[in-house]
Design a protein around this ligand. Structure first.
Ligand SMILES: Nc1ncnc2c1ncn2[C@@H]1O[C@H](COP(=O)(O)OP(=O)(O)OP(=O)(O)O)[C@@H](O)[C@H]1O
Ligand SMILES: [Mg+2]
Length: 280
């Protein structure tokens, strides 16, 4: 299943003194099986888009198509509930939403809430906890005894336990150390390789280059660029002008280019750079 936004605008607290327009005529497509990144400066509308992708928000104008469900400004909750289960949304700092008495119960809560038996829900919970690297001897502990990084994994396992088709991640590695970041990104990569569609909000351009196959660049509530990372990151000056920049290796190559080194196109990963230097 895929998701399409057609001319979507979104306004917070419309018709009040606090009205805030967050999105303006956004066209965007999450292709089934893709690993799509959303990038943009703070306040550009990334989290607002994520909440439209799973029907948590309905558009103020325009249409959101999730699989075969059409969401318009007049859609009501009961039309949306089923699609919400198919699109797993991991908020920023999801560990703040862990609440149950034990790690296992916390992860099993979601499926049970959708009518799965306790036994089956716990079986799924065990599987997803192992997948995110939580050791079995932690399953019966209180989640509040875990480290922040472990709690985050428990929260992610809780979303995966709903067996979503699409996993939507809002800066999932924010605040983690480099090892924790790398491990989590490897888990998402594994899920993608197993067929899951991934949507990632990040401010790390290296992660976009290393993992995503498509990227949308947002600026002040509008899509200003979209395409393959290898194409979008050629525009070094533009990406810097909107305070995002490019992957480190791309910047390095652009600096070499200014000193006379010729690249057919700027590399965006270390592997590409090495390839050019040794064979190019
Ligand atoms: N609950 C809200 N009420 C009113 N305005 C809001 C609300 N949430 C977000 N906004 C506004 O909508 C715009 C887009 O916000 P959004 O949270 O989508 O940005 P973002 O790209 O996720 O930013 P960040 O990188 O800081 O997380 C901003 O101008 C923001 O102030
Ligand atoms: Mg945000």
């Amino acid at each position: 299943m895929g998701i399409t936004l057609q001319q979507v605008s979104y306004t917070y607290q419309a018709n009040t003194p606090f009205e805030g327009r967050a999105l303006f005529g956004v066209d965007l497509e999450i292709v089934e099986g893709s690993y799509t990144a959303l990038i943009g400066h703070t306040g550009s509308g990334k989290s607002t888009i994520l909440q439209l992708l799973n029907g948590l928000n309905v558009p103020t104008a325009g249409t959101v198509l999730i699989d075969e469900t059409v969401i318009t400004p007049t859609s009501v909750n009961k039309d949306i509930k089923q699609v919400r289960k198919k699109v797993g949304l991991v908020f920023q700092f999801p560990e703040s939403q862990v609440f149950d008495e034990t790690v296992l119960q916390d992860v099993a809560f979601g499926p049970q809430n959708f009518g799965v038996s306790k036994e089956d829900a716990e079986a799924v919970a065990r599987e997803k906890l192992s997948l995110v690297g939580i050791d079995e001897d932690l399953f019966d502990r209180s989640p509040f005894e875990l480290s922040g990084g472990q709690m985050r994994r428990v929260a992610i396992a809780g979303i995966l336990a709903m067996e979503p088709h699409i996993l939507v991640l809002d800066e999932p590695t924010a605040g983690l150390d480099p090892a924790g970041r790398k491990e989590l990104m490897a888990i998402f990569k594994g899920l993608h390789e197993a067929g899951m569609t991934i949507v990632l909000v990040t401010h790390l351009m290296d992660d976009v280059a290393d993992f995503a196959d498509f990227v949308y660049v947002l600026e002040k509530g509008k899509v200003v660029r979209s395409g393959k990372p290898s194409v979008v990151f050629q525009e070094v000056d533009f990406m810097e002008s909107i305070q995002l920049g490019v992957p480190k290796i791309t910047k390095f190559a652009a600096n070499l280019e200014r000193r006379g080194f010729v690249f057919e196109k700027l590399p965006i990963t270390i592997e590409e750079f090495t390839e050019v230097i040794t064979h190019g």
